[in-house]
Design a binder for this molecule. Structure first.
Ligand code: NAP
Length: 435
């Protein structure tokens, strides 16, 4: 039987999963594609480190170039992560005429243009199913399943750590810091959680999805990105009053003339399917012209779910090699066909808003807040006020306001004005409402 040579860069969590899956299911995979997948060489940083899978140590090396340059390696699988040196390794593999499979969203979000251009020029495949939503076959669904349709809008829960934290805060009424510490102890959050909880991991994924869905270039700096750190247990209580839950959303919308991209926690109605995506699970809701709404759900991370996505890419490339046809044009859209439509400026984004104020409980406070909102042309929809337990010096109250649709620029100016009002005694908390 013919063999397809694979060179693996990285044998961490995902790399080990890939080796295990290819070993465990070797016969079934060979039967499906008519060839053996042969992991010939594996490059790592520390050759003697204990590994999560049994591997013949003779296949492991710290000389990455020797793997990329091996003439019997036809597919290079990059599972190192980060931008550097992964970028150089991937570009070198492409220049050497190797097909590339990667799970690296940070790399593609920052250097996708350059990498896809190089792959197109050299006529090799580049596949990246695992880079967004781990094991959920989302890229394939968007690229192939909806190839004949026009995608209009996408709302995704694409970061499992953030979803896990918000889910537990909602269930247990405990603050962000405590749940984050639990998540770190359980291995659901990194020691440095900022990529996840500050929204940047989701922004990397959204940049990839937006390019794929709408054929535009997106830089992460163009995305409105806000994390979870300021959400408090009381916000879940208010969300419930409005029939909503709070979810970490990544949103992309095609407005025709431009494209909207944003990542932030959002209050969404509890009857939406996305509201039922809990814990570490990912879910993406897509609206396209001909199909209408569709939804994709599953595990967005973890050794074996991510390995399933990586190996599915390896199998697709192997089929191309065996069939002598290249189906892996980057994003199924040649870079030169990308449109130069602008990304909508963050100040021009529109949303409804939930605002929570801590104020001195005195007459006239609501009028002052309303004056600021009115000055920015922001109309309120719902206002409630609750007195808090009185302290020795003053009585405080919580005011919760939801607004009609308003512009981000006006809301940011209003927030700056609230901070200067003497009656507002704590930072005003804001959560966008996505109906
Ligand atoms: N983990 C997940 O659930 C998940 C989900 C979706 C996507 N991804 C993506 O998958 C990729 C891999 O993630 P991971 O969790 O498997 O990472 P990981 O556990 O940190 O493994 C990284 C591997 O790369 C090797 N490596 C790092 N720098 C290297 C260098 N300069 N030269 C050679 N080898 C080097 C490391 O070698 P040593 O072992 O010798 O240190 C290690 O084996 C990342 O892009 C990540 O974003 C991960």
């Amino acid at each position: 039987m013919r063999a397809i040579g694979v060179g693996l860069l990285g044998l961490g969590n995902v790399g080990a999963g890939v080796v295990k899956l290819l070993d465990d299911n070797a016969d079934a995979i060979a039967a499906r594609i008519g060839a053996k997948i042969d992991v010939r060489r594996i490059a790592v940083r520390a050759a003697d480190k204990p590994r999560l899978v049994d591997v013949d140590r003779g296949r492991i090396t710290t000389d990455v170039e020797s793997v990329i340059d091996d003439p019997q390696v036809q597919i290079v699988v990059e599972l190192i992560g980060g931008e550097t040196p992964a970028r150089e390794f991937v570009l070198r593999a492409i220049e050497n005429g190797k097909h590339v499979v990667t799970a690296n969203k940070a790399l593609l979000a920052a250097h996708g243009d350059r990498i896809f251009e190089a792959a197109e020029r050299r006529g090799v495949d580049i596949f990246y199913e695992a880079s967004v939503c781990g094991g959920v076959p989302l890229i394939r669904a968007l690229r192939d399943g909806l190839a004949s349709d026009k995608i209009e809008e996408l709302h995704g829960i694409v970061n499992g750590t953030s979803n896990y934290i918000l889910t537990r805060m909602a269930q247990e009424g405990r603050p962000f810091g405590e749940i984050l510490a639990d998540a770190q102890a359980a291995g659901y959050a990194e020691a440095d959680p900022s990529l996840d909880v500050d929204g940047w991991d989701a922004a990397h994924k959204l940049a990839i999805l937006t390019s794929l869905c709408f054929g535009v270039r997106v830089r992460v700096e163009q995305i409105l990105v806000e994390g979870l750190r300021e959400i408090a247990p009381v916000d879940f209580h208010h969300a419930k009053r409005f029939g909503c839950v709070i979810k970490p959303l990544a949103i992309a919308r095609d407005h025709g003339a431009d494209v909207e991209v944003r990542v932030h926690p959002a209050m969404i109605p509890e009857h939406r399917m996305l509201a039922t995506v809990t814990g570490v699970f990912n879910g993406v809701w897509v609206s396209s012209q001909a199909l209408g709404p569709s939804m994709y759900y599953g595990r967005g991370a973890g050794m074996m779910p991510t390995a399933v996505a990586v190996v599915s890419d390896v199998i697709e490339v192997a089929r191309d090699i065996l069939g002598q046809a290249s189906s892996g044009l980057p994003l199924r859209l040649r870079i030169r066909d990308w449109q130069d439509r602008p990304i909508r400026e963050t100040g021009l984004l529109e949303s409804r808003y939930y605002l929570r104020f801590t104020v001195v409980d005195k007459p006239g406070v609501l009028a002052q807040i309303d004056g600021v909102l009115g000055g920015e042309g922001i109309a309120t929809r719902d206002v409630t006020q609750h007195a808090e337990a009185p302290s020795a010096t003053e009585t405080r109250a919580t005011v919760v306001i939801t607004t009609q649709v308003a512009r981000e620029r006006n809301m940011q100016r209003a927030l700056a004005a609230f901070a200067k009002l003497p009656c507002v005694v704590d930072k005003t908390r804001l959560i966008r409402i996505v109906d």
